[in-house]
Design a protein around this ligand. Sequence first.
Ligand code: ADP
Ligand code: MG
Length: 255
Amino acid sequence: MTELLYLDTLTAGWPGQEPVLHDISLTLHRGERVGLVGPNGAGKSSLFLSIAGVLAPIGGVVRLNGRQVRSGQFLPDVALVFQQAEDQLFCPTLAEDVAFGARNMGLAGPALEQRVAQALAACDLTALADRPVHQLSGGEKRRACIAGALVMQPALMLLDEPSAALDLRNRRKLIAVLRQIDQALVIASHDLELVLELCPRVIVMDAGRIGADGPARDVLGDARLMAAHGQEVPHSLTPHEDDAQMHRTKTGRVC
Ligand SMILES: Nc1ncnc2c1ncn2[C@@H]1O[C@H](COP(=O)(O)OP(=O)(O)O)[C@@H](O)[C@H]1O
Ligand SMILES: [Mg+2]
């Protein structure tokens, strides 16, 4: 597999504050899908901003496609999808919003239109192309943000809490959209079932450090490890007695 992202002993923080990321080392390959889990304040969003060249490293290295990332640099190979869709959508219509990133990369005319149409279709939004962004539902806004990232055809997409506040139908649609994406994905989420469905690998972050990094079922299924980081093993990895069996044990008979 080809190395896409390489972090070596990264330390980073917000200006004027103590570092919030400590000694982060990881390698990500092209097309890999990784779930990033951990409690609030663990540093997941800060890590995304460091990878995207927004937060400058205090120490260590971030390398993308073999090149060192420097803060403030335009990085067409990384697209960050924000937690709050409203932070990302700002053009009058959905199609214009999705076109923004591709236009910034120098695309115009039919090539731009084709790119936008592809991104909208990949996110099941074709029918809403001319809709004002403020008239989109929460689920549509979330997919609009993903389309706005996809249109740049980045090698790596960083998705911050993509399923937060989505209803079941929109969450399912989001999973279907993400499943089709070829790019490497890092998905920061408290939705561990979504992570299990989409990501073969999971990284646990806690207090700005990596607490675990390994196969999703091994990491998420490790009750002791999860508890140590304020997490719970997701329901689908928890052994369950069936209800009748439980009832039999409690009452001595099955009702
Ligand atoms: N814009 C910001 N300015 C200053 N500190 C911040 C900012 N955003 C996050 N932090 C701090 O960085 C630490 C990590 O937060 P964050 O990266 O948002 O964690 P997570 O995404 O895992 O919830 C926290 O201590 C938080 O207070
Ligand atoms: Mg966050």
